[in-house]
Design a binder for this molecule. Sequence first.
Ligand SMILES: Nc1ncnc2c1ncn2[C@@H]1O[C@H](COP(=O)(O)OP(=O)(O)OP(=O)(O)O)[C@@H](O)[C@H]1O
Length: 641
Amino acid sequence: LSQEQDALLKLKRSLSPADNPLDNWDPNTSPCNDKWAGIVCNQDVITGLHFANMGLSGNIDVDALKDIPTLRTINLMNNKFSGPIPDFHKLGVLKSLFLAGNDFSGEIPKDYFSHLTSLKKIYLNGNNFTGKIPESLTQLTKLEELHLESNQFTGPIPKLKPGILNSLDFSKNKLQGPIPETLSKFDPKAFEGNEGLCGGPLKSSCKPPPTPSSPPPKSPSKSPPESPSTSPPSTPKKQEEDRKSKTIIIVISVIVGIMVLLLLFVLLTKKRRKREDDFNVLGKEQIVDDHRNVQEKVVEVHIPSTTNRSVGSTNESNRSVEVNQSNSKKGGGDSKKGSSQGKNGMNELLMVNEEKGTFGLPDLMKAAAEVLGNGGLGSAYKAVMSNGFSVVVKRMREMNRLGRDGFDAEMRRFGRLSHKNILTPLAYHYRREEKLLISEYIPKGSLLYVLHGDRGISYSELNWPTRLKIVQGIACGMGFIHTEFASYDLPHGNLKSSNILLKEDYEPVLNDYALHPLINPSNAAQSMFAFRTPEYIESQQVSPKADVYCLGIVILEILTGKFPSQYLSNGKGGTDVVQWVQSAMADQREQELLDPEIASETDSVDQMLQLLMVGADCTKSEPEQRLDLSEAIRRIEEVQA
Ligand SMILES: Nc1ncnc2c1ncn2[C@@H]1O[C@H](COP(=O)(O)OP(=O)(O)OP(=O)(O)O)[C@@H](O)[C@H]1O
């Protein structure tokens, strides 16, 4: 037996149940060549233990693992291990430690991570760890991902080096104290569910330490008699009175301040409302609820989500509607013009696709509206009409490149498109200063949300076959768009995960495509993702190969589960998936790239790596070296789940 085989068999003896999941661990075969269950190899060298979801428990024999010096990853996620954290600190070369979703408990020793200086990924979430977060985490300079959420950690968050840390979660613990300044760049969600935390990205600011107040009055029986000259009996009373009057002054100033602000707010709102016309009830900051109350709401989208999912959980996508007949004349030419011919024909909603029924602007005006997000092209709102049908109203910015007729022709062309992976717009409204584009609301929301949002049920359903189905559907939709808009420089122009919506069965539908000819040239580069290619940044080159680059980013995003930094205009945050994939491939560390959620599906790792190669070939920085879309589609279709 080789040293490694021997070590693995010792490990197996320490696990329970030993046989069922690991039954092909035959001493007469080789762990790498004969693909022992859960063993990950790189060129015949054991690099990882991937035991996720195997129902395992036991007292892991870490000492045995010392005999596998090439081991870099330990993945025990979602098993039944319990008790204190195993002595993995004895394996100083580990790069990834995934212990999430077990029942580990107790305190982690303060210096546990001192010798694990190569660690890049630590996932301890979903256990029962208690005590303080070990201070030794601050010594890890290579740490990229740290997940400690859903435990019982107490005390303060140590001052981690933010360096290359790009994914972090401390939520749902019992942590206390100020969030270190160095972690301010992270999403507040990463700290939520800890009542005692304050500062940093959280809204609750930390109270200043209490000002030293006069010492508590000493008990008369124990205190020595005080000399009248040093401590006159009237002083504490006077101090108390001073304090009281100061408090009263502060309270009065705050009340006056609030009243002035309120007055200003009312005046400003009145003034603005006067200036704005009826459409602005769908405006950027104002939303109308069921009772037609205008509310103010700040639009802030980092990882945009289609909120209030429960509203849309009915079978909306299949529902055909007849909206408010009194508002929507059907049949004749008028129905095409929608319902609400206002003065100068300004208030029209033009239906371009009636497969889901017809509706008019009044139906939208009466609908309960909710902000979905504010993207590069404009802001999006969900509107639930009185018959329950939900649409998304996108209020387009900077879209004056075409006049009314040209715009109308383009919209009607969109309205005629029919493909299972394409979202066909339903209606539009045109005025020079205002354009609205109306589409069906897709309840599950965007791929962006499902991948990086709340990591709820939808995320856990994103297994490998589902992810492959999504990539194949996207490829199919892109093929259609490139045929349909073959003459365009950028047939899609804005492919990214927020523009890929997922139907209930995870069939993807592409949104916000082929809009380049409509957008003001001065705004196109800022608002469309296809302008973030290396060739555009370097020499302002635009070609259909830009869509291939965007497709590559989405493929890498789906395989790694990482939020691409390419989506952010300032490049701060997220992971540079292109760079990361290139460097890992150069070192033949491809398997480390895979999202742990799918990497545990060991039988499919070869297909994942096959797709990874396609993603890498789509994101080559030279457009000439990049795949053609047709070649990319062919290779994506070849991957079989
Ligand atoms: N028809 C729809 N159904 C469900 N969610 C949608 C729909 N259209 C858009 N969304 C979601 O609403 C949010 C805001 O969309 P919006 O298109 O304004 O922003 P974006 O996609 O981030 O940027 P861009 O303007 O560049 O397309 C996104 O999360 C998007 O996925």
